[in-house]
Ligand binder design. Structure first.
Ligand code: PMP
Length: 427
């Protein structure tokens, strides 16, 4: 694969951008390589600056559920931009977006828009603390909730792949307010609440943990989180930044029939523009300024371009009955992958929910971060570069979830499976 221009750009980038990237996982450190630079992306394909074309399973880390640069989103952004790109004054799109979220997400009665998933979880945590008057927050090993100080402890995604679960620069006093538990361990959760339930403001969990591979909850574990928080006067926060509008209109809470107190959202809701949101019970949300004592704000929050892009994406998903089609594509990929693994006698695990999937380079049952960490890096690296050579881009880390989009065709999936057959044959 020709990479001359990418290499030049990366060398130039490293001089003026830390590590040459604006977000760590883009740097390909986990596959011991250098990133390529993208020129353009359309549908299921990306094209790099050297002209290599690839089928993409990263989908800008989740937002591109319709595929790249969908006409509906581009037209909506153009139309909105003609009227002005930012106002800092309430605009009609915000009301339409809030209504859409309240309509689609079962537990959300009121919602506020922000500019990233990180802002969404950060604000939800502050609100939970303000509402309950308590400080402690419970999170789970391997769950990533953005780079919020108090949540960047035992986190997944980039923090995990770089082997630095805790970041420098976070005061011990902040981290001390965060309690980490292993995922899927009901006993530990019950023990903790029995001991200090009256100090806990909230339990926050990735709706389905998808930043350390894709870990699925064991029966009853999520219901326990819901019940135990309620019993002890703590809030239950579901982080649906990745799963929201991705696995179903109403996210995991719709699939699982669970009503969290607060929900963090992002990615798909922004149609590829910088958007996040948090929402939930009206009595809790009313604790926010200007009505309530918990301050939260944003110069660009509810930005008209971002709202128009997100609304266009959600409308189009609905119009195309997106979730049904994404399930079909996901099932096609899964059947193919399982066939390949079986044929090659590989005991690797594969998890999938609709259009989200992860192939784990381990034979261990995947129940928590410890089991994910048994994934073997060297075979993954071989697989990653073989896929890339064959024109398929999967996330450059064994711990990331893959995303299928509406723009992927059955042929794309079949071509991907052929490439996987070759790549996994090298292991
Ligand atoms: N929560 C989850 C579950 C995420 O996957 C992410 C991003 N991958 C975030 C929060 C943070 O979102 P952002 O990168 O937009 O700040």
């Amino acid at each position: 694969m020709k990479t001359d221009l990418s290499q030049k750009l990366f060398a130039a980038a490293k001089k003026v951008i830390p590590g040459g990237v604006n977000s760590p996982v883009r740097a390909f450190r986990n596959v011991d390589g250098d990133p390529f630079f993208v020129r353009r992306a359309k549908g299921s394909r990306i094209e790099d600056v050297d002209g290599n074309k690839m089928i993409d399973y990263v989908g800008t880390w989740g937002p591109a559920i319709l595929g790249h640069a969908p006409t509906s989103v581009i037209e909506a952004v153009h139309a909105a931009a003609k009227e002005g790109v930012s106002f800092g004054i309430p605009n009609p799109y915000e009301v339409e977006m809030a209504n859409k979220v309240v309509d689609w997400v079962p537990s959300v009665e009121k919602v506020r828009m922000v500019n990233s998933g990180t802002e969404a979880t950060m604000s939800a945590i502050r609100l939970a603390r303000g509402f309950t008057g308590r400080d402690k927050v419970v999170k789970f090993d391997g769950c990533y909730h953005g780079h919020v100080d108090s949540l960047l402890v035992a986190a997944g995604s980039g923090a995990l792949t770089h082997g630095e679960p805790d970041s420098a620069g976070i005061p011990n006093a902040f981290a001390a307010e965060t309690i980490i538990l292993p995922y899927n361990d009901a006993g530990k959760l019950e023990e903790l609440f029995a001991k200090m339930g009256d100090q806990i403001a909230a339990v926050i969990v990735e709706a389905y943990p998808a930043n350390a591979g894709l870990i699925l909850p064991q029966p009853g574990f999520m219901q326990l989180m819901r019940d135990i928080t309620k019993k002890h006067g703590a809030l239950f926060i579901m982080d649906e930044v990745m799963t929201g509008f991705r696995v179903a209109k109403g996210g995991v809470q719709e699939l699982e029939g669970l009503m969290p107190d607060l929900t963090a959202m992002g990615k798909v809701i922004g149609g590829g523009l910088p958007v996040g949101a948090f929402g939930g019970r009206a009595d809790v949300m009313d604790f926010l300024a200007p009505d309530g004592p918990v301050y939260q704000a944003g110069t660009l929050s509810g930005n008209p371009l971002a709202m128009a892009a997100g609304l266009a994406q959600l409308r189009e998903l609905d119009r195309q009955s997106g979730y049904q089609r994404l399930e079909e594509l996901g099932a096609r990929l899964e059947a193919g992958v399982r066939g390949i693994l079986q044929e090659k006698g590989l005991g690797y695990k594969f998890n999938r929910v609709g259009s989200m999937y992860c192939l784990f380079f381990t034979e261990q049952e995947i129940i928590n971060l410890d089991s994910v960490m048994t994934c073997e890096k060297e075979p993954f690296k071989k697989y990653f570069y073989s896929m890339l050579e064959q024109g398929v881009y999967v996330a450059p880390s064994p711990y990331e979830t893959g995303f299928i989009s509406m723009a992927h065709s059955n042929d794309d999936i079949d071509d991907t499976l052929e490439a996987m057959n070759v790549a996994l044959g090298k292991i």
